[in-house]
Design a protein around this ligand. Structure first.
Ligand SMILES: *[C@@H]1O[C@H](CO)[C@@H](O)[C@H](O)[C@H]1NC(C)=O
Ligand SMILES: [Zn+2]
Length: 414
């Protein structure tokens, strides 16, 4: 294993608390968000395929997947700080032996900031797989969400660098709110025998407790690493086709609405690959109709929505804490949670069929794009993406609609 970058707590001057900003990004920027290419290929994809193995906590599969994450950040995203948070516990199936649980925390904060002064958009998924059935893969649960988060980190990294360079040059750094991004890849979410308060959420429980007691320097804006989480955005059970994700919590419904609005815009821009109205699908239907000599215009189909609760009203939320998942130990300590988990669960849930072959890769990619767009808005990255580079790359794509779409977009924006 690589060495642990330890968090050095330094003395820091107190700054005033900041309110959170959030700003929408343009169509041009949405169109320029990078896709994953073949990185989600289930056999050879650089991000996803190494995670599609059994990775029960405390096994060599788990260590190999952890190493995959570490290598990815070291090699591709060297500006991110990596930390482990380790714990151990017996489980109902460990015969009295203690099983190690290792959470990986990858953080990117603005340069020159002090611990305790940066609020985090905290993106979360669990990487362990279930102990039973034997050789269970857990592609939606949660290999694909882990790969999505890697893609998100990679997709916003250069824009973060640019933004923070601009802030430093303009001398605006001190005046702006300080926010960073953090990715938690959690261990031990699954139960070993059957779900109870003690046989589940091993990693999340240990991390929430540890962060509650790790106090930042005196006078810090955020008292603990836990209170520096501005939003705990948890992805789980994603990657099956046609998901529907309700808005679970009243206090974060505003953030759900931002993500839902982004989904609608990405669909309208033809960026959602799983959409029945994606340009490639319309073209395919048109070609079929033409082959049959059918001259009728191709009809668009009703556009679905992953996030279907945009219009949910305050009075419609119950105090229910939602589905049992890694957010619980954090929410119990006052952390704001946006839980992106479908209801109903994928039909393959906790079955052997939850493997790479049963993923819908268009849906996987769409989630990755949507969460990237959300992170870009949260981090206020409008103007810091390399739109021209995206256009040059689009020019190299074979599909004509891609070229046409991007050309139209840049024309209207000029
Ligand atoms: C935590 O566990 C990982 C993986 O086994 C190991 O590499 C790391 O050194 C451990 N860190 C600490 C602080 O014990
Ligand atoms: Zn599970």
């Amino acid at each position: 294993m690589p060495s642990l970058s330890s968090l050095v707590l330094l003395c820091t001057s107190a700054l005033l608390p900041f309110t959170y900003g959030y700003s929408t990004i343009s169509d041009n920027t949405l169109n320029s968000l990078p896709g994953p290419g073949s990185d989600f290929d289930i056999h050879t994809g650089a991000l996803l395929s190494p995670i599609l193995v059994p990775r029960v906590s405390g096994t060599s599969g788990s260590l190999a997947v952890l190493q995959h994450f570490v290598d990815f950040f070291h090699n591709t995203l060297p500006e991110w700080t990596l930390e482990f948070q380790n714990s151990s516990s017996t489980t109902p199936t460990s015969g009295g032996k203690k099983i190690p649980f290792v959470n990986l925390i990858a953080t990117r904060d603005p340069p020159g900031t002090q611990p305790g002064e940066v609020g985090h958009l905290t993106l979360v998924a669990h990487y362990d797989s279930k102990y039973t059935p034997k050789d269970f893969i857990g592609a939606t649960d949660s290999a694909a969400p882990c790969a999505m988060l890697m893609h998100v980190a990679r997709s916003i990294d250069a824009a973060l660098t640019k933004k923070w360079e601009a802030m430093t040059t303009d001398g605006l750094g001190e005046l702006e709110e300080q926010k960073g991004v953090q990715i938690l890849l959690l261990d031990g979410e699954e139960s070993f025998l059957s779900w109870t308060d003690t046989d589940s959420l091993y990693g999340a429980r240990a991390l929430a407790e540890s962060w509650e007691h790790a106090v930042n320097p005196a006078m810090s804006t955020y008292r603990t690493p836990l209170s520096s989480i501005s939003l705990f955005l948890l992805l789980d059970l994603l990657g099956a086709a046609r998901p529907t994700v309700p808005s679970y919590f009243k206090t974060t419904h505003w953030s759900y609405k931002y993500m839902s609005a982004l989904e609608a815009r990405l669909r309208a821009l033809g960026r959602f690959k799983s959409s029945p109205n994606h340009p490639s699908k319309l073209a395919r239907r048109a070609a079929k109709a033409k082959a049959k000599g059918d001259k009728k215009a191709i009809k668009t189909r009703k556009e679905p929505a992953f996030l279907l609760d945009f219009n949910k009203q305050d009075s419609q939320f119950s105090p229910w804490t939602g589905i049992q998942d890694d957010h619980l130990p954090f929410m119990a300590r006052g952390v704001e949670v946006l839980h992106i988990i479908p209801s109903p669960f994928p039909t393959v849930w906790h079955e052997m069929e939850d493997d790479g072959e049963h993923l819908d890769l268009d849906t996987v990619e769409d989630w990755a794009t949507l969460v990237t767009a959300f992170a870009a808005e949260w981090m206020e990255l409008e103007g810091f993406f390399d739109v021209e580079k995206a256009e040059r790359e689009a020019g190299g794509e074979s599909e004509d609609y891609e070229k046409g779409r991007r050309r139209t977009t840049s024309k209207t924006e000029l």
